[in-house]
Structure formats: structure tokens, C-alpha cells
Ligand binder design. Structure first.
Ligand code: ADP
Ligand code: MG
Length: 730
């Protein structure tokens, strides 16, 4: 089946949930789904068809009926995948099915009941138990992220502000493939911590939704776990393997009714299942094997799962079914979908020493902090020994390094303590010394105080460094240490036995399936007929069998055609609605927006394929952002600053009285001291300098410049005219 050595197909398992109480009370008919666990077959009964119509049979890697346990599904179908992730492969598990068929139940289950915990909590358990049991030369770093895709927007469920910010963007790098930019990722050191992360995300999901059920059935939730493991290789260097696990709870696969809705609601409805229909197209294109183009870029979900479908990953798909007769169509669609996914071939490989491994950075940072810390302690120890009068000899022995490190730390602390005591004593001595002058005392005490301060600062810095070092180091999990409460040997054995059984069942099923196929082919070859009659009988039997098969296939073709027609009709309907909407918008634009405005807008718009949106081009090109300020226009030649036409005329006309009141006020400085006496005492109290200056009787006194001399007042012609003017005023 495999095309080349490293390729393997997507594993598809099907699970059917029990009839709910409501469904049981609804009708007499039992479930429409029958399962053959031994053969991994699902047999679907059409409740509307006559009993003579053959039932539909689908074969999968494994099937789980309504009585199946969470643990069975995990041990048989998921455990091997998680083991691969721990060995450095990428892995994906996604649950697909109609709303209410048990996707969330399968992925998460009931947290409080260990029997009913789903795939995700079991995977947590598995990962951390594995780490605790691995050899002590292995170092692990486990990180978790949680996101959801709703209406084609990616939301970070671990970011407390995710509700206010815009959706996250997808980026692609040749190293890691497609990833979400700025996605929060939490380092987890234990099962409890990673469960906490999951809880925080689940709460964010619930808070963000007005109607939880509605929202969760329309959004895709992705929980991502990255396990980095470093281990010394045969070359003595540490090698890092990175396994990425995607746990995906998809939106309900049922058709969203798109008819009858308009405007924003229509766009919303069109977007809801965009990811799912894109996923379907991707699966079809991959399963077909002939189409050269796989439409990964059509939706965010398919881009994120690009590696999981036809790429570098091992993938398990859990298709969930409901047994109720009223959902026959949806159940059949799910089974067909799952059946197609079986044919997808992936090329998983171990991710060895990727450049972006966080573990390597952590190791480097820890080594740096450790060196820094050792250096500090070493200096303190050196000082202490100088104080003690000992000669410092560095012992270069490698073996003693660990012991020495602790010793150095202890001695450094001792040194600080001793130094403090010494300074304290000195202070006492200075205070008690009667021969010292008060001033000197103060100075010495001050110096000591400063030294003490320095010492404390150094001590604080060292403590901070130690705390950082310890925090950093604690993030790395070391194999062989007990992270979870210890599981005893018996439990370990039990688990191993359980795994063996699961493995055996799986192999048995595969063999059964193969035998069935071979039987059909080989029976004819082996048969020898003793009489013609016998031969006729056998051939008739075979003919009947083949005829039944033919009928089945014909019915299948008709079904698929019908479905195709139905979905085409639906698409046409959506298209009509959208065209109508478009016409409406055109009408508004053509009739109410001036053409030049429209052209301006059209010229500035451009399409951004990354975000699938039209955007305005920036008004100013990006590179000249710093010089965004418009330059001042050059001034008119000969003038200091831009100047109005009016002011220019005024200037050229000189101080013509016509322009005097305009633009710039031509006021002479008034240098005379204010004179108000004329208003009270009349002529006698006037200042002698103004004696012969005419004032009017009503006490109005025209001010004039102080710099103008007495003489100039009497002699100047302007004064004469002023005089005349005042006269006329009187
Ligand atoms: P989905 O996530 O697909 O919309 P849920 O996981 O919420 O569906 O399941 C709907 C209901 O069915 C829940 O109450 C769940 O407890 C129940 N259920 C689903 N699968 C099973 C199962 N295998 N066994 C028992 N109860 C189940
Ligand atoms: Mg759900």
C-alpha cells in the first residue's frame, strides 16, 4: 500500500456514541449503525429504504461501538502516535463529526472521572509518565499552546486579551513549516500545570461565546504540545529531537443552512464551514492522488494542518457518529469523508536538531547563568581566603567540580556574613574611640556604611541570579526523576500488558481484513468441480454475490451523484444571494458616490492574499515615514517667509494710510508716561513738556513717541497735520 519506504497512510477510526435518552424516547427504531469490531467494519442501515436494499459497509483501521471505553480507544489507536511524538515525530489527532456525536467527549471527556477521561488528558499522563521513566541523561522541555479558529480568525486562548485583539496571523518558514505568529506558549513541568493551561483555554473559550454550544460547534479548537528532548548521541554531543502534537476538536460537520440569510449573516454562514469544506477538498485532492494542486491555502485550518495531511506527520482521524435514524444523511457523509481520508499518504520523519529548538536556547542560557554565578561565588571565596590569609589554589579536578561548587557557594555566603560582622565591629570600635574627632568618626562610619551597602547589593544581585538560574533549570525536565507520584512496578507491568493486548488486537484485525480480501480472490482458484452441476451452482452463487456488489456500487454512485447535485444547488443558491448582495452594493456606489471619489478609492485598494482581504495602500510610502512632515513652501524671493499677495501690495505701496490698518499694525511706541491729570484738574496740572500740546477739553490726550523730541513735535509737519486733525475732532 505504501508508495515508498517512509510513507504511511492516515489512520482512520470510527466511534459511535450510545443513543441519548431523548433519542431513545423519540422512536421505536434502534440505532442505524452496526459495528463489527473484529473486522473493523461499520454497517449503516438506511431507515427510509426498503428492507431489500443492501446495507452500506465501510472498513476502517478500527471501530468503537457505543460500549467502547475511552481507555480502549487510547491504548489501541492513540498510544502509538504519542510514542512517536515522544520519539521526535509530528503527530495529529483530529475528531471529525456532526455536532453532538462525541468529538469533545472523545478528545477531552469528563476530566473528573479517570475512566471517562478523553484523549487529551490521557496524552498528558502518557507524556509525563514517559519522561519520569526515561533515562537520566535525557532532558525534556514541554510546551503547550491553545488556539481556536472561529469565522476564519485565529484566537489565542491563552492570551488574556484575546477578545480585544485582532486574530493572529499565519506565517511559513522552511524550518518549521506553517506556524501561528505571536502565539502564547507555556512551558509545563507537570501534568497539573498542563491541565491548568487547558482549563484556562477552555474558560477563555466559554467566556468568548455568548452561546457556548453554538460557538463550540462552529469553531475549531487546537491544542498544541511540543516535546523537545535532548540526549547525548554516540558522537558525545547532545542531540535534540522535537515532536509536535496537534490535538484538534473540529467544528460540527453538519451542513450550515445558508439559504434565507442576508448581509453579514450570510458572509458569516459562508465562513463557518469554509475551513471544513476546504479540509474536505484537501482530503479529496490527496486521496485522489491525481490532482497536482492541493488547496491548502484555501483556509486557515488546512494551512495549519498542512503537515498533518500529506506531509511530515503521523495522523489519526477519529470520525464520530450518532446512531439516531434522523441523522442518517449526516452519518453517511461522515463515513464517506472518513473513508476518503484513509487513502492519504504521509511522510513522517524524526525532527532532529532543528534550528529553532527552544531547548538548545534554554541550555545555553542556563550554562551562561551558571558560569556567571560561579564567577561571582568564586570571587567571594577568593576574597574570603585573602581575608583569612590563606593562599588560593584552584584545583582543576573535574570530578571535584560539583562538590566544589557547593563548597564555593557555602564559603561565599560565609564570607558575606563574616564581612558584615567585621564591619559591624569596626563601627562599634569607631563609635567608642574617644581619641577620634567627631568629624573623622562620621567619615569613617560613612565609609563603612557604604561598604556595607555595596556588600548587600552584591549579595542581592547574586540572589537574583541564583533565582533566575533555578527557575530556568526547573523548566527542563530530567528523565529518571519522579514528576508524578510514583507508579509502582506492578502498575508499570499492567500498562505494558495492556499495550501488548491492544497491539495484538490491532494486528489480529489487520489480518482478518486481509484474509477476507484474499479469501474472495483465492476461493475460485482452489475450487475443483466434480460435476457440471456443482460448477453451475458455485458460479451462480458467485454471480449473485457479484451482482449484489454491483448493485451496491450503483447505489453508491447514485448517492454520490445526488449529493453532488445537492451541494451544487446549494452553492448556486449561495452564489445567487451573493450576486444579489453585490448588485445592491453596486447600486449604492454608482448612484451615491461621486465618480472621482470612487476612482480615488479604487486606485488605492490592493488585495492582500495572505490575509484574504482588500487593503488601502499607504498614502506615504513606508520608507519615507520619518520624513512624513510636509516641507514648508520656499519663501517668495527676497522675503523671510511666505507672504500674502495683499501684504506684498501693502509693502510696495509704502506706509500708505490705505494699508496702515491692515495686515501689520503700524503703531509707534508710546514713550510718554501716562497722563491722567488732565482729566481731573484741567490745564494747570499738565506736565510742562506738554504745555503747548493741544488737548481737547474732554480730556482726550493723544499719546506720542517718547523718542520724538519736543522740537520735532512742534516743527514736524506730521504734527501739524495731527494738530489739524485733532482740531477737526474737537
Ligand atoms: P460534540 O463535541 O461532537 O458536539 P459532545 O462530545 O459534546 O459532542 O457529546 C454530546 C453528548 O454525548 C455529551 O453529553 C457526551 O457526554 C455524550 N457522549 C458522546 N460520546 C459518548 C460516548 N462514547 N459515551 C457516552 N456518552 C457520550
Ligand atoms: Mg464539541
Amino acid at each position: 500500500m505504501s508508495k515508498n519506504k517512509s510513507s504511511e497512510s492516515v489512520k482512520v477510526v470510527v466511534r459511535c456514541r450510545p443513543l441519548s435518552r431523548k433519542e431513545e424516547s423519540n422512536g421505536p427504531a434502534g440505532g442505524i449503525v452496526q459495528m463489527d469490531l473484529r473486522l473493523g467494519q461499520v454497517i449503516l442501515k438506511n431507515p427510509r429504504a426498503p428492507p431489500s436494499e443492501p446495507q452500506k459497509t465501510f472498513t476502517f483501521d478500527a471501530v468503537y461501538d457505543s460500549s467502547s471505553k475511552q481507555r480502549d480507544l487510547y491504548d489501541e489507536s492513540v498510544r502509538p502516535l504519542i510514542d512517536s511524538v515522544l520519539a521526535g515525530f509530528n503527530g495529529t489527532i483530529f475528531a471529525y463529526g456532526q455536532t453532538g456525536t462525541g468529538k469533545t467527549y472523545t478528545m477531552q471527556g469528563l476530566w473528573l472521572d479517570p475512566e471517562k477521561q478523553g484523549v487529551i488528558p490521557n496524552a498528558f499522563d502518557h507524556i509525563f509518565t514517559h519522561i519520569s521513566r526515561s533515562q537520566s541523561d535525557k532532558q525534556y522541555l514541554v510546551r503547550a499552546s491553545y488556539l481556536e479558529i472561529y469565522l476564519e480568525e485565529i484566537r489565542d486562548l491563552l492570551d488574556p486579551n484575546h477578545g480585544n485583539t485582532r486574530g493572529l496571523e499565519l506565517r511559513e518558514s522552511p524550518e518549521t513549516g506553517v506556524y501561528v505568529q505571536d502565539l502564547t506558549s507555556c512551558v509545563c513541568k507537570s501534568i497539573k500545570e498542563i491541565e491548568e493551561v487547558m482549563n484556562v483555554g477552555n474558560q477563555a473559550r466559554a467566556v468568548g461565546a455568548t452561546d457556548m454550544n453554538e460557538h463550540s460547534s462552529r469553531s475549531h479548537a487546537l491544542f498544541l504540545i511540543t516535546v523537545e528532548c535532548s540526549q547525548p548521541g554516540p558522537d558525545g554531543r547532545k542531540h535534540i529531537r522535537v515532536g509536535r502534537l496537534n490535538l484538534v476538536d473540529l467544528a460540527g460537520s453538519e451542513r450550515q443552512a445558508k439559504t434565507g440569510v442576508q448581509g453579514d449573516r450570510l458572509k458569516e454562514a459562508a465562513k463557518i464551514n469554509l475551513s471544513l469544506s476546504a479540509l474536505g477538498n484537501v482530503i479529496s485532492a490527496l486521496a485522489d492522488g491525481r490532482s497536482s494542486h492541493v488547496p491548502y491555502r484555501d483556509s486557515k485550518l488546512t494551512r495549519l494542518l498542512q503537515d498533518s495531511l500529506g506531509g511530515n506527520a503521523k495522523t489519526v482521524m477519529v470520525a464520530t457518529l450518532g446512531p439516531a435514524p434522523q441523522h442518517y444523511d449526516e452519518t453517511l457523509t461522515t463515513l464517506r469523508y472518513a473513508n476518503r481520508a484513509k487513502n492519504i499518504q504521509n511522510q513522517p520523519r524524526v525532527n532532529e536538531d532543528p534550528k529553532d529548538a527552544l531547548l538548545r536556547e534554554f541550555q545555553k542560557e542556563i550554562a551562561r547563568l551558571r558560569a556567571q554565578l560561579n564567577h561571582r561565588r568564586f570571587r567571594s571565596k577568593q576574597k574570603k581566603e585573602q581575608v583569612d590569609g590563606e593562599a588560593w589554589e584552584r584545583e582543576g579536578d573535574e570530578e571535584e567540580e560539583e562538590v566544589e561548587e557547593e563548597e564555593v557557594e557555602k564559603e561565599a555566603e560565609e564570607f558575606v556574613k563574616l564581612e558584615e560582622q567585621r564591619l559591624e565591629k569596626e563601627n562599634e570600635a569607631i563609635r567608642e574611640d574617644q581619641f577620634l574627632l567627631a568629624e573623622e568618626k562620621q567619615k569613617l562610619l560613612g565609609e563603612n556604611e557604604k561598604m556595607m551597602g555595596d556588600l548587600r547589593k552584591r549579595q542581592e544581585a547574586t540572589e537574583q541570579l541564583t533565582a533566575r538560574y533555578k527557575a530556568m533549570e526547573s523548566k527542563l525536565l530530567v528523565g529518571g526523576k519522579n514528576i508524578i507520584d510514583h507508579t509502582n512496578e506492578q502498575q508499570k507491568m499492567l500498562e505494558m500488558k495492556r499495550q501488548e493486548i491492544a497491539e495484538q488486537t490491532r494486528r489480529e484485525r489487520e489480518m482478518q481484513q486481509q484474509m477476507l480480501i484474499q479469501d474472495e480472490e483465492a476461493v475460485e482458484l482452489r475450487e475443483t468441480f466434480t460435476s457440471l452441476q456443482q460448477e453451475v451452482e458455485a458460479k451462480t452463487k458467485k454471480l449473485k454475490k457479484l451482482y449484489a456488489k454491483l448493485q451496491c456500487t450503483k447505489a453508491e454512485i447514485k448517492d454520490v451523484n445526488d449529493e453532488h447535485v445537492r451541494s451544487r444547488q446549494e452553492l448556486e443558491q449561495t452564489q445567487n444571494e451573493l450576486t444579489r448582495e453585490l448588485k445592491f452594493k453596486y447600486l449604492i456606489i454608482e448612484n451615491f458616490i461621486p465618480p472621482e471619489e470612487k476612482n480615488k478609492i479604487m486606485n488605492r485598494l490592493m488585495f492582500d492574499p495572505e490575509e484574504d482581504e482588500w487593503k488601502f495602500k499607504p498614502l506615504v510610502p513606508d520608507e519615507s515615514k520619518s520624513s512624513q512632515m510636509k516641507k514648508r513652501p520656499a519663501s517668495a524671493v527676497g522675503y523671510k517667509r511666505p507672504i500674502s499677495q495683499y501684504a506684498r501690495v501693502a509693502l510696495s505701496m509704502g506706509t500708505h494710510s490705505r494699508y496702515r490698518a491692515e495686515n501689520v499694525m503700524l503703531l509707534e511706541l508710546d514713550m510718554t508716561p501716562p497722563n491722567t491729570s488732565a482729566l481731573t484738574d484741567g490745564e494747570q496740572n499738565q506736565s510742562p513738556t506738554l504745555n503747548n500740546f493741544p488737548t481737547n477739553d474732554k480730556g482726550i490726550c493723544k499719546s506720542r513717541s517718547w523718542c520724538q523730541s519736543q522740537k520735532s513735535i512742534t516743527s514736524s509737519s506730521s504734527n501739524n497735520s495731527l494738530f489739524a486733525a485733532l482740531k477737526t475732532f474737537n
